[in-house]
Design a protein around this ligand. Structure first.
Ligand SMILES: Cc1cc2nc3c(=O)[nH]c(=O)nc-3n(C[C@H](O)[C@H](O)[C@H](O)COP(=O)(O)OP(=O)(O)OC[C@H]3O[C@@H](n4cnc5c(N)ncnc54)[C@H](O)[C@@H]3O)c2cc1C
Length: 264
């Protein structure tokens, strides 16, 4: 049995994000947490690979590092069809930066046997770092395929297409490998069925702790982070746009506006 591991992160609902006064960490208690949409898509991709290669005996495992409330995101992934989960939960992780988070995930992956491919989102919708998969690949010494809009697994390799502003590139890497996906990889993730939700309640979720994965207290956490948020300014509210009524000069008025904004 080969494990397809999906890295999932619980994020605050987009409409309802707040930062804690003082240290500018996320106020997790003050907003409704959800499984990040890009990670729902990553789970969908893993499930499609498992279904396509039913004879290969793949297992879909989700892994998250997050507070106990992240259990909700785990259950969502399990109710979509993932087989089991690992949850790294430890107060010592609070305030960890991207490098520390990646290190904790690298050590957590070490707890999972027979990892074939690790699928992550290209970036989260809250931290928007877009760096965890690459740092993870560096820590583990594994190849990484980035910004993939399609992937497949065959003959000990992961193959697929990466789309960037410069074009579409065919890529392959030997397994085990880290893959990060773009939004384009699937239109929508499947919605959990009632049967899936009931089944998820019985699926195994293994809790990991920092001590259990061999991470010392001074390797993670805000007090030991290499980078710190030193200030934060809320975005100004959107101002009302300028309305142009076309009375014969509308095109010119729009062109004048774009020139004034240095957009033309
Ligand atoms: C208010 C605030 C303050 C922050 N302060 C700092 C700071 O001081 N220094 C700093 O370096 N960073 C800081 N961060 C970033 C924060 O630490 C990150 O959320 C975390 O390190 C992961 O980075 P990311 O969310 O940007 O991940 P990305 O690199 O954008 O994630 C890409 C993919 O990696 C996987 N992934 C990411 N995180 C997890 C996870 N926890 N568990 C499982 N899979 C995961 C997912 O598949 C995800 O789609 C801050 C974020 C916020 C919102």
């Amino acid at each position: 049995m080969t494990n397809i591991v999906v890295l999932i992160k619980q994020v605050p609902d987009y409409e309802d994000r707040h930062l804690t006064d003082g240290d500018w960490t996320l106020d997790r208690a003050g907003s409704d947490p959800v499984l990040d949409e890009i990670n729902e898509k990553a789970v969908e991709v893993a499930l499609q690979l498992k279904e396509k290669h039913a004879d290969a005996d793949y297992n879909v495992v989700v892994l998250t590092a997050g507070p106990s409330s992240a259990e909700t995101a785990i259950r969502r992934a399990l109710s979509m069809g993932a087989d089991s989960a690992y949850h790294l939960v430890d107060d010592g992780l609070h305030g960890s930066d991207i490098v520390q988070t990646s290190w904790a995930l690298a050590r957590s992956l070490g707890q999972i046997e027979d990892v074939g491919v690790v699928i992550a989102g290209n970036e989260t919708s809250d931290g928007v770092g877009g760096a965890v998969p690459a740092i993870l690949a560096q820590f583990l010494g594994l190849p990484q395929l980035t910004a993939m809009r399609s992937i497949d697994i065959a003959d000990g390799k992961v193959t697929g297409e990466r789309e960037t502003d410069d074009g579409v590139f065919g890529l392959e890497a030997s397994l085990p490998a880290i893959v990060s996906i773009s939004e384009k990889i699937v239109d929508d993730a499947r919605f959990p069925s009632f049967k899936g939700i009931m089944a998820a309640k019985k699926k195994p979720v293994e809790t990991l702790t920092l001590a259990g994965i061999g991470i010392e207290a001074d390797e993670v956490g805000g007090a030991h982070a290499g980078s710190t948020v030193v200030s934060s300014t809320p975005k100004p509210p959107k101002s009302a746009g300028e309305k142009v009524t076309d009375e014969g000069e509308g095109g010119k008025q729009i062109a004048d506006y774009l020139i004034a904004q240095k957009l033309l």
